[in-house]
Design a protein around this ligand. Structure first.
Ligand code: PMP
Length: 416
């Protein structure tokens, strides 16, 4: 049986086999088994990704796009193959619609500084939502402070779901952009992004989707969503940090000015003027993260090889199990109970400070995130300064949930 046929049917993930792909999961933390529940902040890397990055440095490293020699051609081919992999992963129409950059944050900043600077002015409005990550808030505020447009915020209900009636009410002819998350990192809500995009389009607004949390969990189809821009980060999709992508609809990217100038993005420079490459190279000034981007391609192949349906089924099972087990703890309050939700559980434990919970869990070998999760407006919405967040990925098991449950019981005993 070859690899392809072994992987193919996979209605359920072979989690033991996946775990064996992640060397770090063999590490002991304070002499205990590592229970890694912080994939929403950054996921661990499988050997296939680590090997891909090492292979570049050992066998095919050179700067790309400008060398005439063999190694440079080979590195360029591998880099451009990652672009095709990313195109297929997002189901974009063309590879030129994929811009490589550092990650979701840089993608939003690119759109703000290039499209936004050219297209937003006093009297215009943009729509964000309460449950955005700071990286989809601050770039727009920086621009708003320079250009004077209005920022409107779509609220969420007590479950953490976007209030669609309120969102609809925010949309009028002044709205030029809707920039909303596909999945909220702080509380796990999966937003009805197709409907959000459809309504925005009816008003003629441009749509940017923050896919940083959706990319590791959901099948993404930018054409089906109907968005103009989609951003995600490699490090959350089991790939390297410092590598990510922006999808932009071809006609829009063509019309946008470069946002950073430098080498790679020009065809001709003199002191009088410079001429720029076609997209996507127009937006890729300077030497990129060559090995990291090639390894990002390996990470997306890894995810696609497992299959999105199998990933979703596995993570749903973990989410259901976690909600049931944590529900056994009376003083535990889950924040974010949306019907459509990724395997991210944000909670408080009585009046114990989340940092104390995180510290006690850490001594048990359990890594969770505590704090505001770069989503302070979300915390404000639920009147909290911080939560504990357990986030699950392809390598997590029900045993990990049980370990979290035991760790929380222990925390309660310590604070009793
Ligand atoms: N958006 C969301 C929803 C996120 O979770 C994150 C990372 N926590 C970002 C954007 C920013 O991603 P990065 O730091 O990789 O640019």
């Amino acid at each position: 049986m070859n690899m392809a046929t072994e992987r193919k049917p996979a209605p359920m993930l072979d989690v033991e086999r996946i775990r064996a792909d992640f060397p770090i999961l063999g590490e002991q933390i304070y002499g205990k088994r590592l229970v890694f529940l912080d994939s929403a902040a950054s996921a661990q890397k499988p050997r296939q990704v680590i090997d891909a990055e090492r292979m570049v440095y050992e066998r095919e490293y050179a700067n790309i796009h400008r060398g005439v020699y063999y190694l440079s051609q080979r590195a360029t081919d591998a880099f451009e193959a990652a672009r095709e992999t990313t195109r297929a992963f997002l189901n974009a129409r063309e590879t030129r619609e994929i811009v490589f950059l550092r990650g979701a944050t840089e993608g939003v900043n690119l759109v703000a500084q290039s499209w936004g600077l050219d297209n937003l002015k006093v009297g215009d409005a943009i729509v964000l939502s309460t449950i955005e990550h700071h990286s989809n808030i601050v770039p727009w505020q920086l621009l708003r402070d320079r250009l004077g447009f209005e920022i409107r915020v779509a609220p969420v209900d007590d479950e953490g779901q976007i209030d669609m009636a309120a969102y609809r009410d925010l949309l009028d002819e002044r709205v030029k952009l809707v920039a909303i998350t596909h999945c909220a990192n702080s509380i796990g809500t999966i937003t009805p992004i197709r409907e959000i995009a459809r309504l925005a389009k009816e008003q003629g607004a441009v749509v940017l989707v923050d896919g940083a949390q959706a990319a590791p969990h959901l099948r993404i189809d930018v054409q089906e969503i109907g968005c103009d821009f989609y951003v995600f980060s490699g490090h959350k999709t089991y790939g390297p940090s410092g590598a990510g992508a922006l999808y932009g609809r071809g006609e829009l990217l063509d019309a946008m000015p470069p946002w950073q100038g430098g080498g790679e993005m020009i065809t001709r420079v003199s002191f009088e003027e410079s001429r720029f490459h076609e997209v996507p190279h127009k937006f890729e000034a300077g030497t990129p993260n060559i090995a990291g981007t090639i390894a990002l391609g390996a990470a997306l192949d890894y995810i696609s090889g497992l299959g999105h349906e199998a990933i979703l089924a596995h993570e749903h099972d973990l989410l259901d199990y976690a909600m049931a087990r944590l529900g056994e703890i009376n003083s535990l309050r889950v924040i974010g109970t949306a019907r459509e939700k990724a395997a991210i559980v944000s909670f408080t434990l009585g009046d114990i400070h989340p940092h104390d919970v995180g510290t006690i869990l850490d001594r048990e070998g359990i890594a969770v995130r505590v704090g505001h999760h770069c989503a302070q407006p979300t915390m404000d919405r639920f009147d909290l300064p911080a939560t504990v967040r357990a986030s699950f990925g392809i390598y997590n098991t029900r045993e990990d949930v049980d370990a979290l449950y035991d760790g929380l019981r222990k925390t309660l005993e310590i604070f009793a």
